[in-house]
Structures are given as C-alpha cells and as structure tokens.
Design a protein around this ligand. Structure first.
Ligand SMILES: Nc1ncnc2c1ncn2[C@@H]1O[C@H](COP(=O)(O)OP(=O)(O)O)[C@@H](O)[C@H]1O
Ligand SMILES: [Mg+2]
Length: 327
C-alpha cells in the first residue's frame, strides 16, 4: 500500500442472520482508496454494494453483523472503535451521500441550519461564522444566490439542488473519505451529470478519497480512477477505469459493458445479462457467475475461482479470463 492510501478494507465479511439461514451479503471484500482518488463500486442490484459501504461506516444493524476483516482508515481499524468514536469518524473523517436527499434532509429546518449544525459541531464556529461557512459551502457546490438559498427549506429546492445541499453538508467538515451510494439515481440525466462532475471536481480540489457506488457503468467512465466490480457479495474484477473499459477480463464485466446503451443509441434492443444473481443462501459450488456465463465449463461448475492479478494492477476472479481475448 502506498503512503497516500487512505482506506484499506481487507477481507470484509458481513452477514445477515435470517430464519432461512445466514446470508453472506459481503464475502471477503478487499479494496483500497487513496487520497484524491475515486473508486467506483459497481454491480447489479443486490450484489452487496450498500452493505459494503454501511460496513465501512459502522452502520450495519440487526439482523446484520460484520463478522470478519479489517477496515483501516489511515491504518486505524474502524471495526475496533466504540460507537461513540465511530460517530466522530462519521462526522469528521468519513461522510456519506445517499440516493434520496429528501429523506436525509430535515424538512423543518432551513438549509443554513442544517449545514450550520454540521459545521458548528465539527469546526467549533459561532452562529454567524457557521452561516457564512454555509453560504460558502453552497457556493462551492454551485448553488446560485447562496445567500438566499441558505434560508430556504428543503421543499423549496429541486431534487438536484437538494442533492447539492447534501454534498455541501457531507463536505462541510472536510472529510478524508466520501462515500456516495447511488447519489444520482433519483435525478434526471442532465442533473446527474452535473452532480457527478461536482463530486469529481471537489474530490480533486479537496483531495478527498471517494467511493462511488453505482449500478451503472456509464457514470463510472468519466468519474472514477479505478473500478471494483461486485457480484454476489464478492469482487470479481478490479482495474483502472481505462483497463476495465478497454479490456474487461471477467465475463460479468463484459456483460455489464455490453448492456450499456451505445452512444448512437440507434442499435438493437439493449442487451441484458441472462439469468439472475444466485441465491446467497444456496450458492453454486464453483464460480458464482457460472450459471449465467457463456464460457462456463466443468471447472467453473465445481471449483471456485480466486481473485488473481492477471495483468498489472488488474485483478479478476475467472478461470478463463486470460485464455482467450474474446473481445
Ligand atoms: N436487512 C437485511 N436482511 C437480510 N438480508 C439483507 C438485508 N440487507 C441486505 N441483505 C442482503 O444483502 C444483499 C446485498 O444488499 P445491498 O448491499 O443492499 O445490495 P446493493 O448492491 O444493491 O447495494 C442483498 O441481496 C440481501 O441478500
Ligand atoms: Mg444499494
């Protein structure tokens, strides 16, 4: 790990205890994020992206539990911290943005109150300073007339503006790491692009590490430095954005890329990967993707592939990843 490594997750395990059995939602995830770097976590719905981020944030609730691994923030294992210490980490060192800003903003307080509350707590500012800082943060996230908007209530803002406010709150205490879980899914396409651009720009100027969670590889291309592709609670491929898009090695990643709408938008129907994600209570014995994979053979059906570095900084979990360049 280089010196600039901010977050390192090693062999993280999170499971849910249900009446039907134990669901291994996150099964041995390892990843790392450097300062100023954006790591995208992608995969279909249900593959464990949110549970991974909630595990990092110490927010897994019953019937879930983190059962193994390490979450190292600048070398300190967050899994060993008390609830109180973890709350401080969440306020000051790691921030998060979720999909639906309306549920995270409090409808009865003005925008300025809500940003102000966060900055006053963390930066020990008085009321007047907090208001000035709130206006400054609103300007930073590209909100026009920030000195007016600061007195608005959440319902007076559009969805895109609310998400900007959430980003302003998330960044107001200068976190080292920002976790954005599908931050633009609820927004329309042009606003989506603006919000993503904003996160990317702020990450570079403030040197914030970002974990960007999305089910959409399209948003990754512009935004991320590296990508980890998840499938059924595991990472199946990890590479730089360039390598992943130019030469995806895992058939699942290839399928995800194939299902992106083309730029021309003219061609045939959108491809979708056949089949569904495996039932985590009853996993197939070999490769978890084998039942949906066009290249699966007897080896895949019986032996679980490991995540291996097949090219420089390019890891993949597939028995056949390098045998043929089938792209
Ligand atoms: N409260 C819960 N109870 C039982 N299982 C859960 C719960 N929350 C999540 N899971 C399991 O964890 C898996 C991963 O969920 P999640 O991380 O939310 O997926 P996503 O990649 O869509 O963010 C789900 O498919 C489900 O099997
Ligand atoms: Mg999710």
């Amino acid at each position: 790990m280089s010196e600039a490594t901010l977050l390192e997750v090693r062999e993280l395990q999170t499971e849910f205890v249900t009446e039907e059995g134990i669901i291994p939602a996150v099964n041995g995830i390892s990843l790392h994020v450097s300062k100023g770097e954006t790591l995208a976590l992608v995969g279909e719905s249900g593959c464990g992206k949110s549970i991974t981020s909630l595990s990092i944030l110490g927010l897994i609730a019953e019937p879930g539990r983190v059962t193994g691994g390490k979450v190292l923030l600048e070398g300190r294992n967050l899994l060993h911290l008390s609830r109180k210490e973890m709350r401080r980490v969440r306020g000051q060192e790691i921030s998060m943005i979720f999909q639906e800003p309306m549920t995270s903003l409090n409808p009865v307080f003005t925008i300025g109150n809500q940003i102000g509350e966060s900055v006053r707590r963390h930066l020990r500012l008085n009321r007047k300073q907090a208001r000035a800082k709130s206006v400054e943060m609103l300007e930073l996230v590209g909100i026009a007339h920030a000195d007016k908007v600061v007195d608005y209530f959440p319902h007076q803002l559009s969805g895109g503006m609310r998400q900007r406010v959430m980003i302003a709150i998330a960044l107001s205490c200068s976190p080292k790491l920002l976790i954005a879980d599908e931050p633009t899914t609820a927004l329309d396409v042009t606003i989506q692009a603006q919000i993503l651009e904003l996160i990317a720009r702020l990450s570079k100027t403030l040197d914030t590490g970002v974990i960007l969670i999305t089910h959409d590889l399209g948003v990754v291309a512009e935004m991320a430095d590296r990508v980890a592709v998840m499938y059924a609670g595991e990472i199946v491929e990890e590479a730089s954005v360039e390598a992943l898009f130019e030469q995806p090695l895992h058939p699942y990643t290839q399928g995800l890329l194939k299902s992106l709408p083309s730029i021309e938008g003219l061609q045939d129907e959108l491809y979708s990967i056949p089949g569904t994600v495996p039932n985590l209570l009853d996993k197939p014995p070999g490769c978890l993707f084998a039942p949906r994979c066009p290249y699966a053979d007897g080896l895949c059906a019986t032996v679980r592939p490991l995540l291996e570095e097949r090219r420089d900084q390019h890891r993949v979990r597939c028995h056949h990843a390098c045998k043929e360049e089938r792209l």
